[in-house]
Design a protein around this ligand. Structure first.
Ligand code: SRM
Ligand code: SF4
Length: 548
């Protein structure tokens, strides 16, 4: 299990940026401002903020507490906010997609949206003066962005094919929704969980291919049989942070689906009540487990639950390679299909979002699903509608169901276009580079390439075949945007994290490095090779084609 150190320069930059540890006292400055006023209290102040405008809002309210309502002030684009939603199990109706489209549409070129690495949606370009109206619309449609940032539980991820595939072990849709409702007080906000020591990630896998990256979450449920009963083994403490990248470890506990919500609540309460709050860089759940040992942690969860937990099942049921769900597939419901669309780097614009909502309504049941690879699925399309569906211009021109192996698994975090932590530009660069590589190379199998703009690792380079992590490097005496390269991440069955294999490669020199990695490690061939005729001079050197 790799435990990775970053260079002191990068760590220092991060500690400054996150103002990690307060000088004296035993809590950091984040703990102090949380104690002064709960982020959820800002629900009552949003109308006022809308009146006074972004510049007049108290800095801590604007830059930090508003994240409790899902509003992220973007220093990179002054005056504009990003809004992070909740999408339990990554499932949303077309009506929600239409609301998102309407929200970002009003910002013209500055408005867009992203599908995130937690099967979720983020909206961009938001002005504070519009927020009361946007919240009213969310309320009307049963949508929420509450408690999605800072020291809260992030979007609860589940199997994207929940309820659709014949080989499914547990349908995670209702479970993810129930956990979300518990955490957020049915979307209104729940003060019980608004002051955790740090962020917290929960994933529930119901399928055989670990489609949620269970091992990277603070708390994850993995399908496992005990005798003839299907339930979940529990793993805890997974996390990526600039100081440490670590997989979750077994809690040695097995629960039935009916117990999932109660266990989530108990684990969160133990974390809230006992988690470490002195050093913000060491506040994630794994640090509490380090301090107590997993046995004591389990006992405390049992105390909180009021009963003991059954020991884990001997083996879990994750025994498939990970799928990306792109393409056309039969559902378990006779005559119905789901289609996975490839959304390059997860970026969406208003006109495309309206179109996604429309095709989901016209051909499917109006449902849309998101994946942690930042793609989307349209389920419940009858056989009879499939031919027409596949001819839709959106699939021909933008979101193909048959992407090239080079670009198929491309994932990217937000990067410097919108994120103040970023050390490099990611999404646009990743896209430009993959297009150039795609033009040059063919690959026998897809290669999972993940970009992340800084060591926070939102783009999860540690799970990729090739991961790129933004850093600063030097070239010709100048500081330049650069990337560390990770390799060997494995997803699906036997998932494990990769390792950093190269450091500080200037971004402008990345193309030949990536090209070589693809050729040497993944069997890439130059596209021209099938038509390639060696020039005479080269052929002569090889001793072929000689006149003699
Ligand atoms: Fe992340 C902070 C974007 C998934 C680890 N992450 C941020 C912020 C909020 C920083 C900021 O305020 O600018 C980024 C917002 C940028 C923006 O404008 O979009 C941000 N994180 C993202 C997203 C959007 C990346 C993406 O393009 O998909 C993902 C949103 C998921 C969601 O819907 O909630 C996202 N972030 C992740 C993941 C991946 C995951 O959850 O599987 C990780 C690593 C796993 C983990 O958390 O252990 C991740 N983000 C971080 C960290 C490092 C946490 C730590 O313990 O140090 C930070 C910084 C922090 O919390 O201090 C961070
Ligand atoms: Fe921002 Fe990407 Fe860094 Fe996350 S990894 S904080 S999105 S630059």
């Amino acid at each position: 299990m790799p435990e990775v150190e970053n260079s002191p320069a990068v760590i220092n930059k991060f500690e400054n940026m996150t103002s990690a540890t307060a000088p004296a006292k035993n809590v950091n400055k984040f703990e102090r401002f949380k104690a002064e006023k709960d982020g959820l209290a800002l629900k009552d102040e949003v109308d006022y903020f809308a009146k006074i405008g972004w510049e007049a809002i108290d800095e801590i309210d604007r830059d930090a507490r508003l994240k409790w309502l899902g509003l992220f002030y973007r220093t990179v684009t002054p005056g504009k906010f990003m809004m992070r939603m909740r999408t339990a199990n990554g499932i949303l109706p077309s009506s929600h997609m239409r609301v998102y489209a309407e929200v970002v549409q009003r910002y013209g070129d500055e408005g867009n949206a992203d599908i995130t690495t937690r099967q979720n949606m983020q909206l961009r370009g938001i002005r504070i003066e519009d927020v009361p109206d946007i919240f009213r619309r969310f309320h009307q449609y049963g949508m929420t962005s509450v408690q999605t940032g800072m020291d809260n539980v992030r979007n609860v991820t589940g199997s994207p094919l929940a309820g659709l595939e014949a080989d499914e072990l547990i349908d995670t849709q209702g479970l993810c929704r129930a956990v979300q409702d518990m955490i957020t007080g049915m979307g209104k906000g729940n003060p019980q969980f608004t002051n955790l020591p740090r962020k917290f990630n929960i994933a529930i896998a119901g399928c055989r291919d670990n489609s949620v990256h269970a091992e990277t979450n603070d708390l994850a449920f993995i399908p496992a049989y005990k005798e003839d009963q299907i339930g979940f083994n529990i793993i805890v403490g997974g996390m990526f942070s600039p100081k440490r990248y670590v997989e979750a470890i077994p809690l040695n506990a097995w629960v039935t689906p009916e117990d999932v919500v109660a266990v989530c609540e108990a684990v969160l309460l133990v974390f809230r009540n006992h988690g470490l709050r002195a050093n913000r860089q060491k506040s994630r759940l794994m640090y509490l487990i380090d301090e107590w040992g997993v046995e004591k942690f389990r006992e405390e969860v049992e105390k909180q639950l009021g009963h003991s937990l059954e020991p884990a099942a001997e083996k879990d049921e994750v025994n498939w390679d990970k799928r990306d769900h792109i393409g056309l597939f039969k559902q378990k419901q006779p005559g119905l299909n789901y289609v996975g669309l490839h959304v390059p780097i997860g970026r969406l614009y208003a006109n495309e979002m309206f179109e996604i909502a429309r095709i989901a309504d016209v051909y499917g049941s109006g449902e849309i699903r998101l994946t942690v690879e930042q793609n989307l699925l349209i389920p419940n399309i009858p056989d009879s509608r499939m031919e027409a569906f596949l001819k839709e211009p959106l699939l021909q021109e933008r979101f193909t169901i048959n992407p090239d192996n080079v670009s198929r698994w491309l994932v990217s975090c937000t990067g410097s276009q919108f994120c103040g932590f970023a050390l490099i530009e990611t999404k646009n660069r990743a896209l430009a580079m993959i297009k150039a590589l795609e033009a040059e190379l063919t690959l026998p199998e897809p290669v999972r390439i993940h970009w992340t703009g800084c060591p926070n690792s939102c783009g999860q380079p540690q799970v990729a075949d090739i991961g790129l992590m933004g850093t600063k490097g030097r070239k010709n005496g100048q500081v330049v945007e650069a990337a560390d390269i990770w390799m060997g991440g494995k997803v699906g069955k036997d998932a494990h994290l990769g390792e950093r294999v190269m450091q500080g490669i200037p971004c402008e020199d990345l193309m030949p490095v990536l090209r070589n990695l693809l050729i040497e490690n993944f069997g890439a061939q130059p596209r021209q090779s099938e038509y390639y005729k060696p020039p005479i001079a080269m052929a002569e050197i090889d001793g072929e084609n000689s006149d003699e």
